[in-house]
Design a protein around this ligand. Structure first.
Ligand SMILES: [Zn+2]
Ligand SMILES: [Zn+2]
Length: 430
């Protein structure tokens, strides 16, 4: 009743999803409910909810409390993975701010979680979150208690309420009550979009508390909602793949009724979606026209590298919850399909010498790093080799050959590659 309109518009949903790493094309006609569902799944995945509790309710009383003074809370709430660490390093090397605030709602929420934890450690359990202009919307929030699910997983019980500029009075009363006790009010800047995302997370989590769970409230908190916050980490490789999956029409996901007649490589439910997709498909289509699609089996692992530390680290695995994870190699399970049935660019690399008999293949985002081994399909391998060493391939000297091609996932361990067509230069923004 005091709050601002927390509904995420379609455009906002797409933006927030992309901040989680779920890239749905802006032309997509996936219904809003389906986008909302994906966002909820992304939030659960980010909070590692299945690890914490398979089903609601989550009863905090079953866990011990975080020790007095909240020492170590900030470190425990941080999450990351190697992929993100690599991106940060890259940004810093290029002189950019590795995590610019206020452009990525998901990153912003994670930064806010860290601020809250940091404030707890320095003795402040209350905060006001406000948009930069301080005139649209705000969330008053107090950390009531912190439980310890395990060494690296704190559970923050919070009371909160959102306010709009149109009706700020109840919010001001709470601020005054807090000020009279603590004489300071930590202020956390949060864009309207971040606030909307945070409120969605809190609303989802509040339903997971058992009905009988209560906390002591201040006088000005009688209308506050009760919920909890958990550490939030970047989504794992597996989750990103699952949430990007879009079977059926590449635009809306409905049943397939037609294909692009020019290139035969993308499928739609009908003419309307095909038209909507044309601006983004155009470049790929032109370079695919008349191309020959060749199916190639792949392996997730180079033979002979079993147990080789560092070779096959899953870059998207969250390592904060298990510090040893980066040291483990993955098995031969195929990477999740991060593209659904959409086309994506791959880079193929072949080296003569000791590595003869293999292609290294990966996409720009490195969600799919796989090998094509000669022994798996010698005839197909011959054609790939002829292509990469031929006039459309790229000789980089010292026996090293590289080429880019359009590809799509056609099976658990199969890619279909448009082998004889070179993608046009402006689509290769590697
Ligand atoms: Zn469609
Ligand atoms: Zn086409």
């Amino acid at each position: 009743m005091f709050g601002f309109d927390t509904n995420l518009s379609r455009e906002e949903l797409l933006g927030v999803l992309s901040s989680f790493g779920i890239a749905i094309p802006p032309t997509s006609k996936l219904p809003v409910e389906s986008l909302q569902k994906r966002l909820r799944q992304a939030i659960n995945a980010s909070q590692a909810m299945p690890l914490v509790n398979a089903r609601p309710p989550l009863d905090p009383a079953q866990y011990p409390k975080w020790p007095q003074g909240y020492k170590g809370l900030f470190d425990a709430i941080r999450r990351g993975n190697l992929q993100e660490a690599a991106m940060t390093q890259l940004a810093m090397r290029e002189g950019q701010d590795p995590s610019p605030l206020y452009v990525n709602a998901f990153m912003d929420v994670r930064q806010t979680l860290m601020s809250l934890a940091n404030n707890c450690e320095t003795g402040f359990k209350h905060a006001v979150m406000q948009d930069l202009e301080k005139e649209k919307c705000a969330i008053n929030l107090r950390v009531v208690d912190v439980y310890k699910i395990d060494e690296r997983t704190p559970l923050l019980i919070v009371l909160y309420q959102s306010f709009s500029a149109a009706n700020p009075l109840p919010g001001i009363q709470w601020v005054q009550e807090q000020m009279s006790k603590h004489h300071q009010m930590p202020n956390v800047n949060a864009t309207e979009l971040e606030q909307k995302l945070l409120l969605l997370i809190l609303e989802m989590n509040s339903k997971r508390l058992p009905p009988g769970f209560t906390v002591k409230r201040l006088k000005s908190e009688k209308d506050f909602k009760l919920s909890f916050l958990l550490p939030m980490g970047p989504l794992s490789y597996h989750d990103i793949g699952k949430l990007n999956l879009n079977t059926g029409c590449v635009v809306c996901g409905h049943d397939i009724n037609s294909r692009c007649s020019q290139c035969q490589s993308v499928a739609y439910c009908g003419i309307e979606c095909q038209k909507a997709d044309w601006p983004s498909h155009k470049a790929a289509c032109r370079s695919l026209k008349g191309g020959e699609w060749t199916t190639m089996p792949f392996s997730s692992r180079m033979p002979g590298t079993l147990g080789m530390i560092g070779q096959l680290i899953n870059l998207r695995d969250n390592f904060q919850s298990n510090m040893m994870a980066p040291m483990q190699t993955t098995d031969d399970t195929p990477p999740q399909n991060a593209y659904g049935n959409r086309l994506f660019l791959i880079k193929l690399q072949h080296t003569f010498g000791p590595g003869e008999g293999t292609f290294l293949i990966y996409d720009r985002k490195r969600t799919c790093v796989v090998y094509f081994l000669e022994s798996k399909a010698p005839e197909v391998f011959k054609r790939f080799k002829a292509e990469i060493t031929g006039p459309r391939g790229g000789n980089y000297g010292s026996g090293m050959f590289k080429m880019y091609r359009w590809a799509k996932r056609v099976g658990e361990q199969e890619l279909s590659v448009c082998l004889d067509k070179v993608p046009n230069a402006d689509s290769i923004k590697w």
